[in-house]
Design a protein around this ligand. Structure first.
Ligand SMILES: [Zn+2]
Length: 116
């Protein structure tokens, strides 16, 4: 387990990224091919309160080549009242594919307790 990793209630393990890790990650080029994202009501990042109108992981919009790949996440968002709509992604925000997100341990933006 890498430093900064937390185990959330429910047993799902997510990586917690610092500002530096967010800045260093390149994500996916959504100008190539078809991508879908999950549009939601404005929602603040739990760590820094920056507001996004897309479902994000560590400030990257989570995108997929097929709407079906996003259904599980959209269902979760519906449960917490985010009003999700799966739409073609045409925004200019940095994005990462759902496959990258899963492979990286489903990162979220977070603050480390040790201040590092
Ligand atoms: Zn944040």
């Amino acid at each position: 387990m890498r430093p900064g990793t937390v185990v959330l209630p429910g047993g799902s393990e997510q990586a917690v990224w610092s500002e530096d890790e967010i800045a260093d990650f390149d994500g996916v080029d959504t100008t190539e091919g078809e991508w879908y994202g999950i549009r939601t009501d404005p929602w603040p990042c739990p760590a820094c309160a920056e507001v996004f109108e897309w479902v994000t992981g560590a400030h990257f919009v989570i995108v997929a080549p097929s709407k079906d790949d996003l259904l599980m996440i959209a269902a979760k968002c519906k449960e917490i009242g985010r009003n999700p709509r799966i739409v073609a992604y045409d925004d200019g925000l940095p994005a990462m594919s759902i496959f990258q997100w899963q492979a990286l341990g489903r990162p979220v933006h977070g603050m480390r307790r040790d201040g590092g």
